[in-house]
Ligand binder design. Structure first.
Ligand SMILES: Cc1cc2nc3c(=O)[nH]c(=O)nc-3n(C[C@H](O)[C@H](O)[C@H](O)COP(=O)(O)OP(=O)(O)OC[C@H]3O[C@@H](n4cnc5c(N)ncnc54)[C@H](O)[C@@H]3O)c2cc1C
Length: 388
């Protein structure tokens, strides 16, 4: 067993850290305040190969491993979690279904421009009435009489990058006119086509620049060749994708936690009270120790889940449990650490002059999307007991 990063992974970490601290950190507060999508820095991330980290070079990606993916998302999220979300969704929620279930033509047409960062990708599973219970979706795709296209109607909610995405992986019920009950299928949507509409960008507590919105389909005609996988395979695709997506969210949580922790350690050395550096008080040292311990444990779980993805694929097994453990622990770590780090900063932690209050707001989303903490506990509990 070797816990060290290899030479290539270290290079990736240094490149991601350098880019994130030089280009993203200085504009993070500005984009948090405006809620605008950070197009310029996201395009730069694409030029550096960070929008398709695990995608083969022939489809516009960097052909790196899942640990490199986790490292890049962590470093970018340490500078700004909103950028981390956009990068994570583009890589895993859009990239993975195309890579694993797409045809050669679909990869050339849709994956290449998204993985190379020329345009942005999104993933649409949630609907206004169905989040954790994704199977309760109402959106429908009906096969046309001549079998050339599906007609899609319905609404999706909370779609990250939805306000700007060119292509979206969409999950809907499919009605094939053969009297079969509806089943879920996956499609690639071109948002420039008629029948697609974006709602207003959601004003949010955190990750405010990630351009989340509702999207609506009104007799949208989707060619059959844009269906991903077989009809009825959509739910399997959606869940397979989340196995990788959750590694990205764990890495995002880790980045937020690390940034808050680093700031707290520095402040505890600089700030004086009662004639001493506050870091010399045992209460503050205990907080530092608890934060450090949880961050280290979260990183081990995240890297283990990333490492296990390839192994599981080779063995033909699922990586669901590892991804859930990492996401659950890392997101609760981000909440714990940002809370403690803000407290160590006292009144200054509450001020918008420092990024602590932004870390605190951004951390919360990691406990909600790609499966809430309650759902992760359910996944882990079921896997361990074998009971439903
Ligand atoms: C900022 C943001 C970005 C998002 N991005 C995307 C995206 O890009 N694509 C996309 O498809 N979706 C996205 N989502 C949606 C997200 O995945 C859902 O919000 C999430 O899955 C929870 O669903 P819900 O909001 O409907 O909550 P609900 O499912 O209504 O849950 C409400 C509460 O009930 C609990 N609960 C539900 N079922 C159970 C159960 N069986 N046992 C115990 N507790 C339960 C939940 O844990 C939660 O606490 C995003 C959401 C947000 C806020």
């Amino acid at each position: 067993m070797d816990f060290a990063l290899n030479e290539e992974q270290e290079m990736i970490r240094d490149a991601a850290r350098d880019f994130a601290q030089r280009e993203i950190a200085p504009v993070a507060a500005e984009f948090d305040a405006s809620g605008e999508f950070p197009l310029q820095t996201i395009r730069m991330a694409g030029e550096l190969g960070f929008m398709g980290i695990e995608i083969p070079e022939e489809f516009g990606g960097s052909a790196l491993d899942t640990i490199s993916y986790a490292i890049v998302v962590e470093e970018i999220s340490a500078a700004d979690a909103a950028h981390g979300t956009i990068v994570s969704v583009n890589n895993s929620l859009f990239g993975v279904p195309l890579l694993e279930f797409g045809t050669q033509e679909q990869k050339e047409k849709f994956l290449q421009p998204v993985a190379s960062g020329q345009v942005t990708g999104a993933y649409a599973l949630t609907e206004p009435q169905s989040g954790s219970d994704a199977a309760a979706m109402l959106t429908r795709a009906e096969l046309s009489a001549d079998g050339s296209h599906y007609v899609i109607n319905g609404k999706k909610a909370w779609i990250t990058s939805g306000s700007v995405a060119k292509y979206i992986v969409l999950f809907t019920n499919t009605v094939n006119g053969k009297g079969k009950s509806p089943s879920v299928s996956a499609f690639v949507i071109d948002t420039d086509e008629a029948g697609f509409r974006r709602g207003k960008t959601e004003p949010k507590l955190g990750i405010r620049a990630s351009a989340t919105c509702e999207i609506e389909f009104d007799d949208y005609k989707c060619p059959v060749e844009n269906r991903l996988g077989e009809e009825g395979q959509g739910f399997r695709i959606a869940l397979t994708v989340l196995d990788t997506g959750r590694i990205g969210i764990a890495a995002q949580a880790l980045g937020i936690a690390q940034a808050a922790y680093d700031a707290a350690v520095i402040y505890s050395r600089e700030r004086k009270a009662f004639g001493r550096q506050i870091g010399s008080f045992q209460t503050i040292q205990n907080k530092i120790a608890d934060m450090k311990m949880r961050i280290e444990a979260a990183r081990l779980l995240t890297w283990k889940a990333a490492w296990a993805k390839k192994k599981c694929r080779q063995e033909g097994t699922k990586n669901t449990l590892n991804g859930s453990l990492a996401k659950l622990f890392a997101s609760e770590t981000a909440m714990f650490v940002t809370h403690q780090a803000l407290q160590i900063h006292g009144g200054m932690g509450y001020s918008k002059e420092l990024p602590l209050e932004r870390y605190f707001r951004d951390a919360k989303i990691t406990e909600i999307y790609e499966g809430t903490s309650e759902i992760q506990r359910m996944v882990i509990g079921r896997a361990e007991t074998g009971l439903r």
